[in-house]
Design a protein around this ligand. Structure first.
Ligand code: SAM
Length: 235
């Protein structure tokens, strides 16, 4: 696993140290083992986990310097992209958030076993946490992968981003279509479309894109709306 991860990261010009490879290895074994009893991922074959979870998660460091930044991962699930990013950028501070307590509990076990010291977890819904003043407009970056379509995701994620910070969404071919549907949300949430970073997963040639949204102004108090509303009635 370690050798394949190192080779694949090399293809994206991302360097991983021996200590970090060991942390990834422990995480990998815990993911596979826990997945026998807890639904964490449909992807379990070693090469697929390396490419679709680890490499995809860390791709952001190819484009953006996260060093020293405060980052929140919304809907982290089994810890993607948050745990791989926290391993790779130990001097950034991460908060990993999910609405499922069992997944948060799994993440806490991983953090302990892998001795990952730069991550805190929070159990809750993004709609509630976005209204909590300890988290609202406090982060340099929010990242999120495979949680919702863009108009919904923007309301869940951008409330945590400080003015001047960015939300980075992991997307694929549907991005252009989702952008067309997000014009109203972007205007209400005071966000502007930023850079798009294109890459493909080594050995698979899956097209991926990281879409950046820049937060330009303070959010009105009524956003995010109460839990369930963003999905039921997207902006
Ligand atoms: N980001 C991970 C990944 O890429 O593998 C997990 C993706 S999983 C399909 C979606 C996750 O988002 C689930 O763990 C779910 O509990 C969480 N989620 C969905 N809606 C949420 C919300 N409103 N607030 C917090 N977490 C949410």
């Amino acid at each position: 696993m370690k050798e394949y991860l190192k080779q694949s990261a090399d293809k994206l010009s991302i360097k991983i140290t021996e200590k970090q490879l060991n942390q990834f290895e422990i995480f990998y074994h815990m993911l596979i083992e826990t997945n026998r009893t807890l639904n964490l991922t449909a992807i379990t074959e070693m090469h697929e986990v390396v490419l679709k979870h680890f490499i995809d998660s860390i791709s952001v460091v190819k484009f953006i310097n996260l060093s020293g930044k405060k980052i929140i991962d919304v809907g982290t699930g089994a810890g993607f992209p948050g745990i791989p990013l926290a391993i790779l950028v130990p001097d950034a501070n991460f908060v990993l958030m999910d609405s499922l307590q069992k997944r948060i509990h799994f993440i806490e076990n991983v953090l302990r076993e892998c001795q990952i010291l730069n991550v805190k977890t929070i159990h809750g819904r993004a709609e509630d946490i976005g209204q909590n003043l300890d988290y609202r407009e406090k982060f340099d970056y929010c990242v999120s992968r495979a949680v919702a379509a863009l108009p919904v995701l923007l309301e869940l994620c951008t409330p945590m981003v400080r003015v001047g910070g960015s939300f980075i969404s992991y997307k694929s071919e549907l991005l252009e279509e989702e952008l067309q549907q997000s014009k109203n949300a972007l205007s209400i949430l005071h966000c502007k479309v930023g850079e798009q970073y294109h890459y493909s997963i080594p050995d698979r040639d899956f097209y991926r894109v990281l879409a950046e949204f820049k937060k330009e102004g303070k959010l009105q108090k009524k956003y995010p709306r109460q839990a369930g509303k963003p999905k039921k009635n997207p902006l």
